[in-house]
Structure formats: C-alpha cells, structure tokens
Design a protein around this ligand. Structure first.
Ligand code: ZN
Length: 200
C-alpha cells in the first residue's frame, strides 16, 4: 500500500467495521508508528465519547494515545488553525459522532496535502449504512474494513447488535437513547436481530 505517492498530495484513509472489530486499535497503531517517526500529528475525538479517559483515544484493549476532545467540527477547525496548522496527519476517532459536514472537512484537509485517518462505524444497529461513513467510504483513497467475532456463534461479525434491557432493540428505537439499560454485541449476519414493533 502507498508505495508510490506524491508527498504533497493528501489522502483519506478509512478504518471501519462493527463495534469490537478493533477500529480504535488500528487507529492507535497507525499513529504510534507515526510518532516513532516524529511526524507531526493530531487526533480528534468527540467529547461525548468519554470511554475511559477525557483526552485520550481509548480502545477496548486500553492502548492509549493522546487526543483532543472536541464537541464540533467548528472546534476542530479552530484548533487546526491556531494550534495544528503544521500537522501532517490528522486522525478522527468515532467519526460518526460528527455528522455529515465531517466529509467536507476531511476533503479540505486532504486537499491541503494532509493525510487524514478516520475510524468509525459503517452500519447502525439496524445494519443500515451509517452517516457520514457511507460518504467517507466513497471519498476515501484507502479503506480497511474489519470484522469482529460474533458473540453468539463465533463467525465473522460485521454488524452491531443493540440490546435494550437484554432484548434486541426495535427498529424504531432511536439511535441514541437515554435511560434504558442498553448494551451492544458484535454479531454475524445470521445472529443479528432487529425487532419490528407489532411482530413477534
Ligand atoms: Zn453469529
């Protein structure tokens, strides 16, 4: 990969897959190697994603790397101007938290000659394409899609099962729900269940 490239040309790399597929680990791995090589880097994460630590990207295996917690693209843009204008590589973890405008943001950075590495979910809990990842997948130069292991049967798992109080969620349950005891599992196509209200 990337054996021949113009060093002034930027590009977008996408790391995607279901939950528990190792996306954040892969992001961390790429940035750790860049740090060894003394590249100028920054990683952004959404401030509502507060798994384990406020200012670090956390993977489930607890490999940490420093990250800027931001709540909007506007904030990222400001930091890029004021603090990180000279970075060569920009990372964004859990990119689905930032909404559709993140696509243009990534494109602008790549047009400026930066390497942009984003990680995030490609499907919502119903198995439908997750915005903005669907567009990023189309725009990216490089895409790596990872599978988890189905927590029911052990097959490769491309989907995220949403459970509300231990039962598969209904299709019309809102994507971000407050209050209910919800949890997530990696599941294969066969074991993934989306309940339709009114059907058994
Ligand atoms: Zn399965």
């Amino acid at each position: 990969m990337k054996l021949f490239y113009n060093e002034n040309s930027g590009w977008i790399e996408v790391i995607t897959g279901s939950m528990f597929s190792g996306k954040s680990e892969e992001l961390i791995k790429r940035f750790r190697r860049l740090k060894y090589a003394n590249r100028k880097i920054v990683i952004f994460k959404h401030s509502s994603d507060s798994r384990y630590d406020e200012s670090k990207v956390a993977s489930h295996s607890l490999n940490f790397i420093e990250a800027e917690a931001v709540s909007s693209i506007f904030e990222m843009e400001k930091l890029m101007k004021e603090k990180y204008s000279d970075v060569e590589v920009v990372g964004i973890d859990e990119v689905q938290f930032f909404g559709d405008e993140i696509v243009d943001f990534c494109e602008r950075l790549a047009d400026l000659g930066k390497r942009v590495i984003v990680a995030g979910l490609d499907q919502d809990f119903k198995g439908d394409p997750f915005k903005p990842m669907d567009k990023l997948l189309a725009k990216a130069e490089f895409v790596d899609k990872f599978n988890a292991i189905c927590m029911v049967c052990g097959s490769p798992a491309s989907r995220t099962q949403r459970l509300v109080d231990g039962e598969p969620a209904y299709s019309d349950d809102s994507i971000v729900k407050v209050g209910a005891a919800e949890s997530y599992e990696a599941r294969c196509r066969k074991c993934h269940v989306v309940r339709i209200r009114g059907e058994k």
